[in-house]
Ligand binder design. Structure first.
Ligand SMILES: [Cu+2]
Length: 649
């Protein structure tokens, strides 16, 4: 029994294959009591703006075991989250899943026991999950969610390598801390280096996500202004230190786990060679600074100095252009210490270096040319106020609404009807893809914002896509991008506000994959009552606003790709536990989006609709507004006259 450096116990077994190594789809895996530990606060801010939650010091029960058997390494990690009111227990306890490191061809086993009082689920961001799509994690798409008190064991064959991360895919729980890094070592790494360091960039909100979401997705926020974080963190801390040894080469794996912030990352006095982008090894590209958007990952090689006379600062600057306003209490520029010698002075920090490289110019080490698309879909992303008075994001004016029955289960249970996009729900925007077709997506980003937004991003589950081209302005199909010889392949790409991106991928992964530009409220947001008539008029006027990220995920910009339904039905065998957990949540795990037959959607909450023209509600609000104005002016006149009388007296 060893003690890992993060305080988690590891158990190494080198005997012949254990029962665990043969187990593929266990339903419930109890925690071994001897693996329980009390965990201290780790990872919360220690030197600035310490939130009240961080002051709590609660014990929690965790279990982690690492088993080696033959060529496979099984990692079994359990976390036991304490029920809490009203906040998340993992946040109060500073209890976060530990970092996960595996090898190519391993099988990753994650035991997730849900001790929250709401459902949760884990998404391994960037993993293909080819054949195991039910472990992809988005609640409502590939599972119903782990009910409170239940356990789900994710068993994921690792078919790729590079830098990834694991996070909750429900209600923005990851922003509050339910997230960790996932590093996968290649059988043979392309580059050599001495040390491998993971650097997690995140933004930190003192208010817990359920509260922030409630105010973000409310009538009182018609322009969809995203909450601004209270601080930035490097490795979940405001004062992290990295010890550098002279002459060594360091691989830094930089992972952005932000809700909103865009980071500029650089180290004083050092250059960085980019060698990996979202799990794709790339030819070396030397940079002095790196732009890292939400959910993106980069690996860079950094050559340590041959001296111990000076220490340096590592910088992660949040770009204020992403925020509606920068509060005076926010320090957007976070640093970590790069220490060569304990007593050495720090290198004087030069002005922030925000130069960057265009990621579409990076060249994959393993070349892959383009192929002409078999199908091309044009999606326009936009934000506007819909008939529920809330600012929603939408592709082609259809705000995504989560189905009751997860789309993957609809695909697997509806036989030949599964090829009909209609069965996935009227507000799903589902697109059915043919097996092995080359799919092209043209994404126009109409989210130009009333403040100077710099970009949005899009992410596709289950695939890495080729980035064919990206530019400002809407895509002009009569002037297509030239075919790149070996385009960058990644799973998360930035799209400039008012700009476009064209991506391609091969539909070689039967299942259902979420395409996210942002996605919708996965719970019912309580709406405040109308109370100011004139503001109602404002809410009812269609407009387009805003950019960004986890907040948009909860606001309505997503759609599922239904990939090769017949193939999926033939090769994907849903473990019984998924059906059981749906039923425990009173969700029918079979049938259409409403859990019914055919296109009978009775029982499915209808999604928000576009406001077309100046409707009756708007006329009503206008009339009320005019009446209010007349009363207001009358009051002013009456008051002025009253004043005059007093003066005369
Ligand atoms: Cu993902």
């Amino acid at each position: 029994m060893g003690q890992s450096d993060n305080g988690w116990k590891e158990k190494k077994i080198s005997d012949s294959p254990s029962p665990v190594s043969r187990k593929r789809h266990p339903v419930h895996t109890p925690f071994a009591s001897d693996n329980s530990v009390n965990c201290d606060i780790r990872g919360l801010e220690q030197s600035q703006n310490v939130s009240s939650e961080a002051a709590l010091h609660l014990p929690c029960r965790v279990a982690a075991a690492v088993l080696w058997a033959n060529r496979e390494r099984h990692i079994e990690l359990g976390y036991h989250l304490r029920p809490s009111q009203p906040g998340w227990s993992f946040r109060k306890a500073g209890h976060r899943p530990p970092p996960v490191t595996v090898n190519f061809n391993d099988t990753l086993v994650i035991n997730a026991k849900n001790s929250l009082d709401v459902v949760t689920a884990l998404h391994s961001h960037g993993l293909f999950q080819n054949g195991t799509g039910y472990y992809d994690g988005p609640v409502g798409i590939t599972q119903c969610g782990i009910p409170p008190g239940e356990t789900l064991t994710y068993v994921i064959p690792i078919q790729q390598w590079g830098t990834y991360w694991i996070h909750s895919h429900f209600m923005g729980q990851y922003v509050d801390g339910l997230r960790t890094s996932l590093v996968i070592h290649a059988a043979k790494e392309v580059y050599t280096y001495d040390e491998d360091l993971t650097i997690i960039l995140s933004d930190w909100y003192h208010a817990e996500i359920p509260l922030s979401l409630q105010s973000y997705l409310s009538l009182y926020n018609p322009t969809g202004v995203e909450p601004v974080p209270n601080s930035a963190l490097i490795n979940n801390n405001a004062n992290t230190t990295f010890q550098f040894v002279p002459g060594k080469t360091y691989r830094l794996r930089i992972i952005s786990m932000t809700a909103l912030a865009l980071f500029h990352f650089y180290i004083d006095g050092h250059v960085m060679d980019i060698i990996e982008v979202d799990g794709t090894d790339v030819n070396r590209q030397t940079v002095t600074s790196l732009v890292v958007a939400t959910a993106q990952r980069y690996s860079v090689l950094v050559q340590a100095k041959n001296q111990t006379t000076t220490n340096y600062l590592m910088h992660a600057d949040m770009d204020p252009m992403m925020f509606d306003a920068v509060p005076p209490t926010l320090n957007p520029n976070i640093t970590a210490n790069v220490i060569y010698s304990a007593n050495a002075p720090f290198f004087p920090t030069p002005p922030g270096d925000w130069s960057s490289v265009d990621d579409t110019t990076l060249v994959p080490v393993i070349p892959e040319g383009t192929a002409p698309p078999d199908n091309s879909y044009t999606l326009t992303a936009d934000f506007q106020v819909y008939d529920d008075g809330i600012n929603h994001g939408a592709f082609n004016n259809l705000p995504f609404q989560f189905p009751k029955t997860p789309s993957l289960f609809t695909e697997l249970s509806m036989g030949t009807l599964a090829t009909d996009p209609a069965v996935y729900g009227p507000n799903s925007g589902a697109i059915v893809l043919k097996y092995l077709n080359m799919i092209q997506i043209v994404l126009n980003n109409n989210d130009v914002g009333h403040h100077p937004c710099t970009l949005d991003y899009l992410h596709l589950h289950g695939h890495k896509f080729q980035v064919i081209g990206r530019s400002d302005g809407l895509y002009n199909s009569s002037n297509p991008y030239p075919e790149p010889a070996n385009p960058i392949r990644r799973d998360t790409v930035q799209v400039p506000a008012g700009g476009n991106v064209v991506i391609r991928f091969r539909a070689d992964n039967p299942g259902v994959w979420l395409y996210v530009f942002s996605f919708p409220p996965s719970f019912n947001t309580p709406l405040p009552p109308f109370n100011v008539t004139c503001r109602l008029l404002y809410y009812l006027t269609p407009r387009s606003f805003h950019c960004h990220i986890q907040w948009h995920m909860e606001a309505g910009l997503a759609m599922p790709f239904i990939e090769a339904p017949e193939r999926a039905q033939a090769r994907i065998h849903l473990p019984q536990v998924f059906l059981d957990q749906c039923r425990e949540l009173n969700i029918n795990p079979m049938g259409n989006a409403a859990g019914n037959n055919g296109t009978d959607f009775s029982g499915l909450q209808s999604g928000p609709q576009m406001i077309v023209g100046f409707g009756s509600r708007a006329y009503g609000a206008l009339a009320a507004c005019v009446i209010s104005a007349v009363i207001g002016m009358g009051t002013v006149i009456w008051y002025a006259k009253e004043d005059k009388i007093k003066k005369v007296e």
